[in-house]
Ligand binder design. Structure first.
Ligand SMILES: NC(=O)c1ccc[n+]([C@@H]2O[C@H](COP(=O)([O-])OP(=O)(O)OC[C@H]3O[C@@H](n4cnc5c(N)ncnc54)[C@H](OP(=O)(O)O)[C@@H]3O)[C@@H](O)[C@H]2O)c1
Length: 338
């Protein structure tokens, strides 16, 4: 909203949830500001909340699920991205928006590359112009999984189109914005709106099938990671990188517990005292889906040495926390976001 001050100067008043910020002739009175792309998604929601709880002014963007207090912006529209950054002049951009489902990327490659690569490239160019710190979220799928654990300097070799598109996004980020930060993370779970939102919480449906026999992958080693922990790392990295320009380039963060999907499902069943006899371990990759790395474990020592990491929540406690709203007698308490 625009208003005139008592001295006759034009004031722009930005509303973000829980915060009102006055800007006079582009001078920030309260700050710092973070723009979170993909703020309607699994990680974006957690990042949004983490920064908001730490006193930042948060501007969140979504697209199809954009809600009243978020901005709707199609990041594949270059003019819209330019306008967004010009209007809000963020100090930091945490770029979470992406098409992250490997099988969807395989089927709709052009749309996915537009978002994962071209939109990232536009955002990086515009971040460089407005002097914002860009934090790009990437994935362990940039590695082929044949020789874990992987350090930040190890050579990527993605096995599927999703991994290639995210690697391209990393390169565009660092090409146009040399001071940017890339944070690679493995499979995520967190506070979901629907259990199908994450590959980990989706296992709840398999566990609940109860009497039907159900096969689950017991070949690919994963390190399920809570989005809330990733969000805390994003905030720590952003705060440090704003003070110290040597904080740039690639970082890894990951949960510490190694599990297959079968083992995650067993852990979920045990946590909720549900039967697990119907869960059958499968040791071959399904032929129909996009190729995935067998074990792309991330070595996270760079973050740890700089004291920018957080202690990952134990899997059983964290997944119980995320799934209990979906137990039949607690449906009324399903979390409402924003
Ligand atoms: N989830 C994982 O297991 C995982 C693992 C490793 C790395 N990552 C990375 O983590 C990041 C966040 O993933 P996530 O799981 O939070 O993804 P997600 O839940 O699928 O959310 C994707 C976000 O992208 C937004 N989006 C889609 N198309 C858009 C467009 N054209 N313009 C603007 N925004 C658009 C969506 O907005 P609407 O829904 O409102 O349309 C949504 O907010 C991604 O970079 C992903 O590659 C995720």
């Amino acid at each position: 909203r625009r208003e005139m001050s008592s001295a006759g100067a034009e004031l722009r008043i930005l509303f973000s949830p829980g915060c009102v910020q006055l800007v006079q002739e582009d001078m920030v009175v309260l700050g710092p500001r973070v723009l979170v792309t993909g703020a309607t998604g699994l990680l974006g929601r957690a990042v949004y909340r983490e920064f908001q709880n730490s006193g930042w002014v948060v501007i969140g963007t979504g697209y199809r699920r954009a809600r009243p207090c978020l901005l709707r912006c199609d990041l594949t529209d270059e003019d819209a991205v330019r306008g967004l950054l010009h209007e809000y002049k963020p100090d930091v951009i945490v770029h979470c928006a992406a098409e992250r489902r490997p099988d969807v990327v395989e089927r709709h490659t052009e749309a996915a590359v537009n978002l994962n690569v071209h939109a990232t490239s536009t955002l990086a160019k515009e971040a460089a112009v407005c002097g914002a710190l860009l934090l790009y979220i990437s994935t362990d799928y940039v590695f082929d999984g044949r020789n874990p654990p992987y350090g930040e300097d190890d050579s990527p070799n993605p096995l599927n189109v999703y991994g290639r598109s995210k690697l391209e996004g990393e390169r565009e980020t660092l090409r146009h914005c040399p001071g940017a930060v890339v944070l690679r993370v493995p499979v995520l779970f967190g506070e979901v709106e629907s259990v199908t939102e994450s590959a980990v919480t989706s296992l709840w449906l398999k566990v609940q099938e109860g009497t039907e026999t159900c096969t689950l992958d017991h070949c690919q080693q994963r390190f399920p990671t809570d989005a809330r922990d990733v969000a805390a790392v994003c905030r720590k990295l952003s705060e440090k990188a704003r003070q110290d320009p040597s904080i740039r380039g690639i970082f890894h963060f990951s949960g510490k517990e190694q599990m297959t999907k079968y083992e995650m499902a067993i852990a979920i069943a045990q946590a909720f005292s549900l039967p697990s006899n119907h869960l059958i371990p499968l040791t071959e990759q399904p032929a129909a889906s996009a190729l995935r790395p067998v074990n792309s474990q991330l070595n996270c020592s760079r973050l740890e040495l700089l004291n920018l990491s957080v202690e990952p929540r134990p899997f059983t406690a964290a997944i119980t926390d995320c799934l209990w709203p979906f137990t039949p007698d607690k449906r009324w308490r399903q979390t409402v976001f924003h």
